[in-house]
Design a protein around this ligand. Structure first.
Ligand SMILES: Nc1ncnc2c1ncn2[C@@H]1O[C@H](COP(=O)(O)OP(=O)(O)OP(=O)(O)O)[C@@H](O)[C@H]1O
Length: 402
């Protein structure tokens, strides 16, 4: 697993005497101590400072999108304390007029919209392969899963509640989850805009736009010939035209809904090539610092418990325990296949600049160290044309982390 540590500032590190020159460097996450050195090696991870652009961060993880099209499951997850920049890293900044929307500024776009664009760019490079892309968006709020695409955002306060089940083959699935076929990055991002408007936010003393839920965006790539209910492939060009391909990131969910066709995941009869999961976790939080009470305090308790469950799962995986406690939380149950299955998993640690956040920063680094100890083995390759899997079946895979 590669672990990125964005937004560590000089003041925090120099005050701890742990930041060498040059400023951008690599962190030995197992210690954790800072080491000077030109290249990341085993046990080290790239670190990004506050001045680093979103494009640079995405540039480093772009190869994962190539892996996706080569048939690997991929999961990219942002972890860190509240207000440390997880949503900024994964989605981009909030829109100034409406904190539930993303800013339109292209240079600030986060990993999710950039991944959508890169995915369709790579697909367009190889039309003979051209998989269909189905997107689902869920949030886990107070240990309940909500389908954020199940209802129209104008009529629903929140998406509809779902359950995770473990299939006979041992994979986790959310039955009847709404999946929407998208034929372009514009459509993909349009769905994200629509879904995140339903995501629960509450102001806290630490962060006025604090996300109170875990957001999980899943893109399932399926062989083109297998999905009878998705938009016909020949319509892709016209759909892109209608959605405004020249104005890629400015699609507003309020302007027009994306040209997508709903697909019930249970109806998939084709072959899944690979799955991309993009996860913006809710922030770990000390209730005394964030000043939460009432409903927000209850949310904090659920958030911290689910993050503790995630740490427990990573601990059990790293110690090769017989029992991995995936079912202790909806978060770990839902992400079971990505955390302990055959996915390439990239964990991004976000830490807040400033001396007062040192304790939380060190806690986040310890979490990263634990994740790092999970045994890594080469991912099992699934050639797109020969060894495809049925949805929900999967190949028997040993835990494989990047
Ligand atoms: N690298 C950055 N450059 C500029 N602004 C940033 C950066 N990182 C974070 N921010 C800003 O800091 C604020 C908090 O960031 P963000 O909403 O991403 O935090 P978070 O970790 O997702 O918090 P929470 O867990 O409470 O939802 C936002 O206004 C965001 O735009």
């Amino acid at each position: 697993m590669s672990t990125y540590i964005p937004y560590v500032t000089q003041d925090i590190c120099q005050s701890k005497g742990i930041l060498p020159a040059p400023y951008r460097n690599y962190l030995d996450i197992a210690s954790p101590t800072w080491t000077e050195g030109p290249l990341p090696a085993v046990g080290t991870a790239p670190v990004y400072g506050p001045a680093e652009s979103q494009a640079t961060v995405f540039g480093d993880l772009r190869p994962l999108l190539i892996s996706l099209l080569d048939g690997y499951n991929v999961c990219i997850m942002a972890y860190g304390q509240t207000g440390s920049g997880k949503s900024y890293t994964m989605l981009g900044p909030h829109s100034e007029g409406d904190s539930a929307l993303l800013s339109d500024a292209l240079e600030d776009l986060g990993i999710i919209p950039r991944a959508a664009e890169e995915l369709f760019r790579l697909i367009s490079e190889n039309p003979s392969r051209s998989p269909k892309v189905d997107v689902s968006i869920v949030e886990i709020y107070n240990n309940n899963i909500f389908d954020l695409l199940a209802k129209d955002s104008s009529t629903a306060m929140s998406g509809s509640k779902c359950q995770t089940v473990t299939t006979q083959e041992g994979r986790s699935e959310v039955p009847k989850l709404t999946c929407r076929a998208v034929a372009s990055a514009v459509e993909f991002v349009g769905l994200i805009h629509r879904g995140i408007q339903l995501r629960v936010q509450h102001p806290t003393l630490v962060h006025k736009n604090s996300s109170r839920s875990h957001l999980i965006v899943t893109a399932t790539l399926t062989t083109a010939s297998s999905l009878g209910s998705t938009a016909p492939q020949s319509s892709q060009a016209s759909l892109q035209k209608k959605a405004g391909a020249g104005n890629r990131w400015t699609t507003s969910p309020r302007a027009s809904s994306p040209h997508t066709v709903p697909v019930d995941s249970a109806d998939h009869s084709g072959q899944v090539l690979a799955r991309l999961q993009l996860v913006d976790l809710a922030g770990s939080e000390c209730a005394a610092v964030s000043g939460v009470t009432g409903v927000a305090l209850k949310e904090t308790s659920f958030i911290n418990r689910s993050l503790a469950a995630l740490a427990d799962v990573l601990g059990a995986l790293s110690e090769r325990c017989d029992h991995i406690p995936y079912r202790n939380s909806k978060l770990t149950h839902l992400l079971q296949d990505s955390i302990g299955g055959d996915a390439k998993l990239l964990m991004i640690l976000c830490v807040s600049p400033g001396q007062k956040h040192v304790a939380e920063t060190l806690r986040a680094l310890k979490f990263g160290a634990r994740a790092r100890q999970v045994e890594r083995r080469p991912s099992r390759r699934r050639p797109p044309s020969s060894q495809m899997q049925k949805p929900g079946l999967g190949l028997a895979g040993s835990p494989t982390l990047l």
